[in-house]
Design a protein around this ligand. Structure first.
Ligand SMILES: Nc1ncnc2c1ncn2[C@@H]1O[C@H](COP(=O)(O)OP(=O)(O)O)[C@@H](O)[C@H]1O
Ligand SMILES: [Mg+2]
Length: 141
């Protein structure tokens, strides 16, 4: 486990951008943290690192956004509204965790299925108005 302290949304994005640049096909990033903790902000930076040129928006209502303009397909999932594993499966989201692209999943703690071997967990905690503590497993380690 590693820790990163971010002092601004921009800092969270640049932190995430590096992981996007180094991401390999099959990687799953599980984001955990309260509303407003910075999960979507992280995905914006991650997408930029992958070379995504589309605007990244929260998939809270859509459940899934797919971005194909980058080096690898990016599957951006949000499990916030899905509380039972059977709802996640019924929504057809499972297949995106084993795809040929990279999956970044907000509210990963709602996932109750088997943990993919390639998942790296990132936990976000607000430590003040602009300060966020990120505890994470480095995908490159
Ligand atoms: N250091 C920081 N990192 C990320 N977001 C921050 C930070 N400081 C303040 N914020 C603000 O917190 C909010 C995070 O929102 P968002 O990324 O949508 O959260 P989540 O997806 O976890 O619900 C944004 O309004 C952002 O501007
Ligand atoms: Mg979000």
């Amino acid at each position: 486990m590693a820790t990163f302290i971010s002092h601004s949304p921009e800092e969270t994005e640049s932190f995430a951008e590096g992981f996007g640049r180094r991401a390999k096909a099959g990687l799953v990033i599980g984001l955990i943290g309260d509303l407003g903790a910075g999960k979507t902000q992280f995905v914006k930076g991650f997408a930029r690192g992958l070379g995504v040129t589309e605007r990244v928006l929260s998939p809270t209502f859509a459940l899934l956004h797919v971005y194909i303009s980058g080096r690898l397909p990016l599957y951006h999932l949000d499990l916030y509204r899905l509380n039972a594993q059977q709802e996640i499966v019924a929504a057809g989201l499972e297949e995106y965790l084993t795809g040929s692209g990279v999956a970044v999943v907000e509210w990963w703690n709602h996932w109750q299925g088997v943990e993919p071997a390639s998942v790296c967990h990132f936990q976000f905690d607000a430590r003040g108005d602009k300060v966020r503590e990120v505890t994470y497993e480095d995908p490159g380690a």
